[in-house]
Design a protein around this ligand. Structure first.
Ligand code: TRP
Length: 329
């Protein structure tokens, strides 16, 4: 029997999770955690959060772990942990940062975006963000990383660091790859691109059906389709993109056809989408309500996940120390 493939991924703890996190990450985490072909490590990236927030003294961590569990991540099979509970990752980060050209970091698209978005807080953590991410991935020696499209440049840099380290010090890390050949971007409701907490364009995982429909009603569609009778182009429509992520093939076809011929109006199309989103959210919300009633569940899950992650990552870091000639007395 072949060895299980190691999978690692995390989500930043910047706020309550939304449908974009669910479709782009959580749903896959749950599936992978339940699949015996994989050994999975999923964490809350609370250190990465500090690049844009001053502290993490809110309750997002607890909520995020509940979201992971409600989405179906199996804490018995998967190590669910806090990034900050494994200080060895910070140590590995340092070794990797000394192998990373500063110019490469300055060219990373997410860094350039942040410089534009928060010009008054261009801290070194923002610049080093991809190196910490590389340490997150190489620490458990992951081979596969489920991430959204925007994270691919970081993953590319991680693979490059793995190659560089292996070249200099002998084979130590597998070269990690994206889990999915075609990672998705979940569009926001405002038509500007990705669904994101800071963009205020999200459907939240706790939204009840009437809120989902209310948000969809005002969501941007094909801007050229002004009147009900104008034919539209599903290819440029946000709502249609969301359909492709949650609706059945028949519904996707009916909506695309109805849009192109103007046989179906945007409101009708949005109602079908709302139904499918609610069908996804309903069982999630139900499971989450059950979990909230068990007060110790998060602490127990993290305690065992932290131990498992720390054990594996410490082994890697001990080997790295030895290869670098760091003295451990
Ligand atoms: N940068 C990722 C994001 O914003 C979160 C993250 C941090 C991550 N470390 C990681 C994802 C390691 C995968 C692997 O989505």
């Amino acid at each position: 029997m072949s060895e299980k493939k190691v999978v690692v991924s995390g989500i930043r703890a910047t706020g309550r999770l939304h449908l974009g996190n669910y479709l782009g990450a959580l749903r896959n985490f749950a599936r992978l955690s339940q699949d015996d072909d994989y050994e999975t490590y999923f964490f809350v990236a609370d250190w990465h959060t500090l690049t844009t927030k001053r502290d993490t003294k809110d309750n997002f961590l607890n909520d995020m772990v509940l979201d992971y569990l409600a989405a179906g991540v199996d804490p018995k099979k998967s190590a669910l942990y806090l990034q900050s509970s494994v200080p060895q990752t910070a140590e590995l980060f340092w070794y990797l940062s000394c192998l990373t050209p500063k110019g490469d970091l300055e060219r990373v698209p997410t860094f350039k975006d942040k410089v534009r978005l928060q010009p008054k807080n261009v801290n070194a953590g923002l610049l080093n963000y991809p190196v910490l991410m590389a340490a997150d991935i190489l620490g458990p020696r992951a081979e596969l990383v489920p991430v959204g499209k925007d994270q691919l440049p970081h993953l590319e840099m991680t693979a490059e660091l793995a190659r560089r380290f292996n070249y200099l010090h002998g084979k130590t890390f597998p070269e990690p790859r994206a889990m999915d050949d075609r990672p998705i971007t979940v569009p926001g409701l405002d038509g500007t691109g990705k669904m994101g907490k800071s963009e205020n364009n999200t459907i939240n995982l706790e939204d009840p059906p009437d809120v989902v429909m209310q948000k969809l009603r005002t969501a941007v569609t094909d801007p050229a389709r002004v009147r009900r009778n104008d034919p539209g182009n599903p290819e440029v429509c946000n709502i249609f993109k969301l359909h492709t992520l949650v609706s059945s093939p028949e519904e996707i076809n009916t909506c695309a056809e109805g849009c192109r011929t103007a046989a179906m109006g945007c409101v009708e199309c949005k109602k079908i989408l709302a139904k499918n989103i609610n069908n996804l959210l309903e069982p999630f919300q139900q499971r989450r309500r059950e979990l909230v009633d068990k007060p110790d569940v998060v602490v127990e899950v993290l305690r065992s996940g932290n131990v498992r992650a720390k054990e594996r990552i410490s082994r890697t870091v001990a080997e790295v120390r030895q290869k670098l000639g760091i003295i451990t007395i």
